[in-house]
Design a protein around this ligand. Sequence first.
Ligand code: GDL
Length: 469
Amino acid sequence: MRHAPGFLAGVIEGFYGQPWSQAERFELFDWMSAWGLNTYLYAPKDDLKHRALWREPYFPAEEESLRAIIERCQQSELRFIYALSPGLDIRYSQESELECLKKRFEQMLALGCQDFALLFDDIPDRMEPQDCERWDSFAAAQCHVTNAIFGWLRERNVTGRLLFCPTPYCDRMAERKLGGEGYLKTVGRNLLPEIDVFWTGPEIISREIPLTHIETITAVLRRKPLIWDNLHANDYDGRRFYCGPYSGRAPGLRGAVSGLLINPNNEFPLNYVPLRTLAEFIYCDGSWHARKAYLNAMRQWLPYFETVGHPLTIHDLVLLGDCFYLPHEEGAEAEEFYDSTRRLLAAEPGKWGGQVIAFRKRASQLRDCCARLTELRHRPLFYALSRRLWELREELDLLLSYVRQKVDGGTPDTPCRSDFHLPGTYRGGMVPRLQHLLTQHSDGTFAPSRETAAQGNVAANLPAPDTSA
Ligand code: GDL
């Protein structure tokens, strides 16, 4: 499938946490140019000079590494877009602030950069009193600054793109009136039509991006949105990663937006399948089969899993990948394993019968797979996986041991213990304790967990403190 000229397809380095290394970026560019992706957006949230210190110029060494990225993109015929996020503390009405933006962009122009972005996501949605005197809305102030930068770039004969990320960048935020009443309408009206506007869909992490949803936002923004896709981003949950396929989007989306850029996992080596399947989605004819694309991409990823010992099979890799699939769903094999294990544990051990054999086989396959991956030759890939594999293996060991004790250990109500899962070191710490205080229901609402509530009842039944003294 051919795309409109100027259609942006590619990757945003736009997550919180440690930015990718130069070597990782160069490998990314190799993948992208081999697969037909055309755009890389530099926007690592925790590069201090991208956000917190946006006014400070780059040091020469930093310039050199940016120059190398730009040159590498040029050699690979990729569009390099440089993003700056001044929104944490910019004073929109001060000329000196505009000068700081220009200074930074000037520095980037000198390094060969031609395309830019101004991002106003994840910032406090209020302005300084002087700004409020000049503009009646946050959106108007941001549009003013962005339009001014656009004009300034054009005066320098820069023909590249300028992208803008609004403060409410998904439906949910707009519904909550983030950025103030009518924010997006003001952007639609005030922002110059040549400037692209980012949008993440119905949610920050959108399970689906329906076409009807895009039609509505296109009317408001008065332009096709540019999708900033967080489907595979994992910066918000350090225990997970997502190696499932690009999914929940229909091929018709491609014609309805000005581009599709994904902001994927922090750990670069874990992004093979997300990026490979995105590229396939970009070029597919007819309908899109996410699972089929996933299985194909997994086969291509398998050679990265060479070990110093017993090799991993594609079945092992798919089972493992299914445990770290997508934010809203496990892959089919992991889901099936979970369901059958849950059913097994819910039943009386005396009635387990043949299910135990099936459970042991599957759990052991997955457990052995985690163990074998410690012998990966590709160490960066192993290091990216290792904490998650450790955790998965630990849970599987416990389940296997529980089932073994119930089957072999005398009466069904003999308590189960494990010397490797002891209170304090197993699932311990402040974060899990805090996590247990509230429970989330399937409709998204929160309430005190059963344990928390039970403690409340105990407290409520205690005799009133003696205040007579
Ligand atoms: C966000 C941030 C992004 C982050 C992602 C996932 C946008 C526009 N901004 O809200 O930097 O990686 O969520 O946590 O998506």
